[in-house]
Design a protein around this ligand. Structure first.
Ligand SMILES: N[C@@H](CCC(=O)N[C@@H](CS)C(=O)NCC(=O)O)C(=O)O
Length: 207
């Protein structure tokens, strides 16, 4: 049994989607980011970085933070959503790192400067829009060549990238520029487990 500390954000959504895909038992503990619950001493004992998501294995109490480390843990321990062979695993890891190191931070900054910045900042908007568009292009070229991010099969790399790349409207990006990526967003988004995962993370806090 797992407890997933989540909020309704791209990194939070990854975890409930993966747990639903794998059919593992879990409960969601919603963390109110606006109220600062991620900075309480109790939460920072689970993640010293003070961010969701965290997954606690209730069998032994072990907490795991960093969304893609959690995805990799779930996939390798279940033997699903990741290839069994070493090269296949490395390929999944490569895309998980690209998502965590580039797609998440750049799209996250673009979202913040569009929706949360206290004052307009045209230079920041131009810089992060350019970088986001470049990254959508990287994934477009990949998905023009392979059906899924890490190759022939659906893996946790798709989950990690999907929750971020699906936010293109909020980011003011025209998805028409990336047809292979758009088709993949629809294909992956139609998975029933993904839709169940989104619903679990979107449940109102404290219910
Ligand atoms: N690299 C981390 C990023 C986690 C992250 O940025 N979480 C955000 C929500 S998506 C958060 O907790 N923000 C609240 C804060 O920074 O105070 C991961 O992939 O888990």
């Amino acid at each position: 049994m797992y407890t997933a500390y989540l909020a309704d954000t791209p990194n939070g959504r990854k975890i409930s989607i993966a747990l639903e895909e794998l059919g593992l038992p879990y409960r969601v503990q919603h963390v109110d980011l606006g109220a600062g619950e991620q900075h309480t001493p109790a939460f920072e004992r689970l993640n010293p970085n003070g961010k969701i998501p965290v997954l606690v294995n209730e069998d032994d109490g072990t907490p795991l933070f960093e969304s893609n480390a959690i995805l990799f843990h779930l996939a390798t321990h279940s033997g699903r959503l990741i290839p069994a062979d070493g090269n296949g695993r490395d390929t999944v890891l490569q895309w998980l790192f690209l998502q965590a190191a580039s797609i998440g931070p750049m799209l996250g900054q673009l979202w913040w400067f569009r929706h949360a910045a206290p004052a307009p900042n045209e230079q920041a908007l131009a810089r992060y829009t350019k970088e986001a568009r470049r990254l959508y292009g990287v994934i477009e070229r990949r998905l023009a060549a392979t059906p899924y991010i890490a190759g022939d099969t659906y893996t946790v790399a798709d989950i990690a990238c999907w929750t971020w790349l699906v936010t293109h409207e909020e980011l003011g990006l025209d998805i028409g520029a990336w047809p292979a990526l758009a088709a993949w967003l629809d294909k992956v988004g139609a998975r029933p487990a993904l839709q169940r995962g989104l619903a679990r993370t979107a449940e109102p806090a404290h219910v």
